[in-house]
Structure formats: structure tokens, C-alpha cells
Design a protein. Structure first.
Length: 515
């Protein structure tokens, strides 16, 4: 099923996630809390497996990268130094009729994306018309309609970039009006002024308000790494280039938090800051772009589902930045950011803390503040990428249908299910023996209820790559049936082999070796 053919795919994934213990709306018994979700029994496993793969690929596979776990609360000056108190804002705009709030930049980006889609359509049409003789580059640079649309995009982007840079929100509003952008809910073009909105959540430290100081829930994990730069460098006796990795929760009071776990107010990041010698940042930036896209591709979610998107508006700290976008059910959207952050953060922390955060380069015999290239991926967005590429509805040869989550076996929450054909005659006991053996290496489940066909469907729906069926014959010859989730193929193998085969098929080692 081609993803974007199905407008309802996201809805189906949300419903499926809830029905099969992947993701629940948070505090649902109280009608939930907007944009917060809880990961259920399978969701938590999938999340852990993604996190493990990221951590191992970063920390275990690279001698010069170490991992830390910093706290969520940090000294409030951290956020002054990082620029978040003054500049971590989104321009918001309200529609007066629907009373819905939007990010002004997102309204414009979505408008531009629609024009881009028109260009893509022209290309697809021409591709069909010209067949093998089609030259995409030539077409893009000569076709009248494409050129008109590209010009429109460039004009909008240039003005948009200038407005953001100059914080000219009056013109941003004017731009939205001139483009005729309407509220997606009401269709109305009746907009308020554009205003800045700080995304950090604040709370108070101390039991009494008197003397309490305002602190923030971290909006990114990166700063926990920057403030520990020297601690880690010294205690680890690390030399440039080296990286510090971290996974953990981050909090942002997003203006519009929707699209399921894609944009939440509480989410998890997996970040790595790579400290380098100034002047080498472009090399490392390219290097990390390549390493990260390879990590994604290794999972087999479909290479066509990824693309790079260079940032038009660089954040206050960056001198080069791009996103790795994934083809989510709602189209290509940011999954991961790769940023060349220069020495902005460490320098700012030096200034605000009065402490030197430098590296002594023994070859050059001088100290300097390292530059940083960071890779920053949202664990929840990665989870959604895995789930949306995995979710498949199939009609089988016999006319029946099944929903199967084709999750890469190394990431699947349950690796194998052991199913005694009947719940008697010594079969459950034999099944338990197999489970007891497998459970030391993989997450395994035993299911004895219902007809075998229904149990297979249940395992398909949670994405279990292997089912092991124990039948009467097993007791005689020690052979079981192994059923493969995606092909539904069944084979007879001995119990010993089945254990080794599954362990090998879901071993992260195989994947790490491909990196
Ligand atoms: P966006 O433009 O989508 O708001 P961003 O550019 O602000 O994202 P970064 O600050 O670069 O995001 O954060 C790094 C990563 O953290 C993103 O690539 C994304 O995967 C994840 N992330 C950011 N905000 C959220 C959120 N509200 N919910 C879930 N994941 C998020």
C-alpha cells in the first residue's frame, strides 16, 4: 500500500496502536491531555529497542563517543546562555473565526509545500509522457509552468526568511494575507497579529514561592552535554574529535501539538554533540550526514522514504543545518536534525559562567573553544516512522485479510511467540521449555488461547517476526513449525535450531556490522 494514497493511514495507525498496546492517550480515564501519550507494553519495548540501536551505533561503535545522562532541571542561567530565554520562540497567529492557533512559519511552509507538490506532479506527468528519453534536470530548468512555480517559491521563501531574520511580524502577517492562506479548520482568512511565543515550560524550585527561583524543563538535551563538556573531556581524557551522546526527555510548549506522537509537548531526544577543531566543521557535518542516513537506511524502512532538507533559516547557533525528512503518513517531515553549531554554545557558557570551556591542542600548543556538529533525532518521531512504514493491510490468497506490522525484526517488541497447537497433551509444557530457553536472549511470549490462525493474526498485529508452533509430532521428533511473519512461510526445524535461528535473526550485531 503506497502510503500517501491513504489519507486515513495515520488514523488507522493511531487506532491500531491503541488496540494493540503500543500507544495510549495519556490519562485517558480523565479524557486525556492534549498532545501527551503513554507508551504501552509493546510501545515501550519498541521505543527501548530503537533507543538501544541508536545508543550502540553511537557509543559502542565509536571509540571516541561516550554517553551521559544529565538531569532535566538545569541552572536557569543555562537557558539564558543558550539563547532559549530570549530566542526560543515561535511566531504564532490565531484565526479569529475558528479560534485556532497556528505557527505562522508552518502556514507559509505548508503553502510552499503545496507549490512544490505541483512541480512534482508536472515531473511525474512528463516522466510518463517522455519515458526513457526524460531528462529531469532539463525539464526543471525549461518547463514554463515549473519555472513559474519555482519563482513563486523563491520569492515567498526570500521574503519569509527576511521577515524571520528581522523579526518583522507585521510583514509576516501581510505575507499570509497576500498568499490568501486560509485557516484549515474554518476556511477563514481572518487573522490576528503575529506574536512571539516562548516554548519553554517553567516551574519553581523550592517548596515555598518565597525565595523560589524560576527554572525550566529542558527544551533540548544538548545543553546537558555542553555544561558537562569539561567534566567528560577531563575524566575521560578525551582528545578532539570526540562526541558525547545522550538520550532523554525534552519539553516544549508547542503552539500546535498534533499529528499523534509527531509533535508532543513532552518527548524524547537522542542527541550527540561532536566536538571538533574549528575549521573542520564542514567535513564533519558531511561525515555525520552520511553516517546518520546510513543508520536510517540500515533499518530497511525504504530508502525512498528519506530525503535531506537544507535549512533556509539557520537557528541562532548554526552555520549549516539540515534535516533528514521521512515520508510520514502526512508527507515528508523532519525526523532528525544535523547542525553545525560552531562554538556558539560553549562560548556562551564560558561567558555566562566565567569558566573556561576549552581544549588544549598539544600539537598546536594552544587552547581553543571546540566547534560542535550535532545530530539530534526525536525518538518518538522515529517510533512513528517505524510504525507507519510497518503498518500493512493485506488481502490474502484465500480472500481473508490481515493487518501486519512489518517492524524490522531487531526492533520488534516481541521476537517470537511460542504456540502450543492445543492447550493439553503435554504441548503447553513443551512450549514452555522452548520459551524458557529463548527468554534469556530475546523477548518471547507464549499464547495458548484460540485457534492457531487467530493467534497468528494476533502476533502479526503486534509485529512478532516469528511464531513457533508446537504440535503432537514435536513430542516425538523434537521438530517445531516456524512461521515467518512477512512471508507467512512455514518450515519444520528442530527445537535447537529454532532457538539459534531466532537469536541470530534478531541480533543487533548483524545490523551494527552494516554501518
Ligand atoms: P520542528 O521544526 O518539527 O519543530 P525542530 O527543528 O524544532 O522541529 P530540533 O530542535 O532540531 O527540532 O529537535 C531535534 C529533533 O527532536 C527533531 O528532529 C524531532 O525529531 C524532535 N522533536 C522536536 N520537537 C518535537 C516535538 N514537539 N515532539 C516530538 N519530537 C520532537
Amino acid at each position: 500500500m503506497a502510503k500517501n494514497d491513504d489519507q486515513n493511514l495515520l488514523k488507522k495507525i493511531i487506532a491500531h496502536s491503541k488496540e494493540y498496546g503500543y500507544v495510549f492517550p495519556s490519562s485517558e480515564i480523565y479524557d486525556g491531555l492534549s498532545a501527551t501519550y503513554d507508551y504501552g507494553q509493546y510501545g515501550a519495548e519498541l521505543k527501548k529497542n530503537i533507543r538501544d540501536y541508536w545508543w550502540k551505533a553511537m557509543v559502542q561503535m565509536n571509540e571516541n563517543i561516550v554517553g551521559i545522562d544529565a538531569s532535566i532541571f538545569m541552572h536557569p542561567t543555562t537557558w539564558k546562555a543558550s539563547g532559549h530565554v530570549d530566542a526560543f520562540n515561535d511566531p504564532m497567529i490565531d484565526n479569529k473565526d475558528s479560534k485556532k492557533r497556528y505557527r505562522a512559519d508552518v502556514l507559509i511552509e505548508d503553502f510552499v509545500a503545496k507549490i512544490e507538490a505541483k512541480i512534482d506532479k508536472e515531473v511525474t506527468k512528463a516522466e510518463k509522457r517522455f519515458g526513457d528519453a526524460f531528462n529531469k534536470e532539463e525539464f526543471l530548468s525549461t518547463n514554463g509552468r515549473v519555472l513559474d512555480n519555482q519563482k513563486k517559491i523563491d520569492t515567498i521563501n526570500a521574503r519569509f526568511k527576511k521577515d524571520i531574520e528581522e523579526e518583522n511580524f507585521d510583514d509576516l502577517k501581510l505575507l499570509i494575507e497576500e498568499l490568501g492562506i486560509a485557516c484549515p479548520v474554518s476556511g477563514s482568512k481572518n487573522w490576528t497579529e503575529v506574536k512571539q511565543f516562548n516554548l519553554m515550560f517553567s516551574t519553581e524550585l523550592g517548596a515555598v514561592t518565597e525565595g523560589a527561583s524560576k527554572i525550566y524543563l529542558r527544551p533540548e538535551t544538548a545543553q546537558g552535554i555542553f555544561v558537562n563538556y569539561l567534566n567528560v573531556q577531563k575524566t575521560g581524557r578525551l582528545k578532539l574529535p570526540f562526541g558525547i551522546a545522550q538520550t532523554g526527555k525534552a519539553f516544549r510548549n508547542e503552539i500546535i501539538a498534533r499529528q499523534f506522537i509527531f509533535r508532543m509537548r513532552e518527548f524524547e531526544q537522542m542527541e550527540m554533540q561532536f566536538f571538533i577543531k574549528p575549521g573542520t566543521e564542514m567535513e564533519w557535518y558531511e561525515n555525520w550526514k552520511e553516517k546518520r542516513i546510513n543508520w536510517h537506511k540500515s533499518l530497511g524502512l525504504g530508502e525512498e522514504n528519506y530525503r535531506f532538507h537544507d535549512h533556509l533559516n539557520l537557528a541562532h547557533y548554526a552555520n549549516a543545518a539540515c534535516d533528514i525528512e521521512f515520508n510520514f503518513p502526512m508527507g515528508f517531515k523532519e525526523l532528525e536534525g544535523i547542525h553545525s553549531r560552531t562554538d556558539f554554545d560553549l562560548k556562551a557558557h564560558e561567558e555566562f559562567s566565567g569558566k573556561k570551556l576549552q581544549f588544549f591542542d598539544s600539537e598546536e600548543e594552544r587552547s581553543y573553544v571546540p566547534y560542535v556538529v550535532e545530530t539530534s533525532i526525536g525518538l518518538d518521531r522515529m517510533f512513528l516512522a517505524v510504525l507507519s512504514s510497518a503498518y500493512t493491510e493485506e488481502t490474502l490468497e484465500d480472500g481473508s485479510s490481515r493487518i501486519v506490522l512489518r517492524i524490522p525484526p531487531v526492533l520488534a517488541p516481541v521476537k517470537a511467540a511460542v504456540l502450543p497447537l492445543v492447550n493439553k497433551d503435554g504441548l503447553p509444557e513443551k512450549a514452555r521449555e522452548i520459551m524458557e530457553e529463548l527468554k534469556y536472549s530475546v523477548n518471547v511470549q507464549m499464547d495458548v488461547k484460540d485457534a492457531i490462525g487467530r493467534r497468528y493474526r494476533r502476533q502479526d498485529a503486534i509485529g512478532t517476526p516469528y511464531c513457533i508452533t508446537v504440535d503432537h509430532q514435536t513430542l516425538e521428533d523434537g521438530m517445531v513449525t516456524i512461521r515467518e511473519r512477512d512471508s507467512m512461510e512455514q518450515r519444520r526445524v528442530s527445537v535447537d535450531e529454532v532457538v539459534a535461528e531466532i537469536e541470530k535473526a534478531v541480533d543487533l550485531k548483524q545490523l551494527l556490522k552494516t554501518l
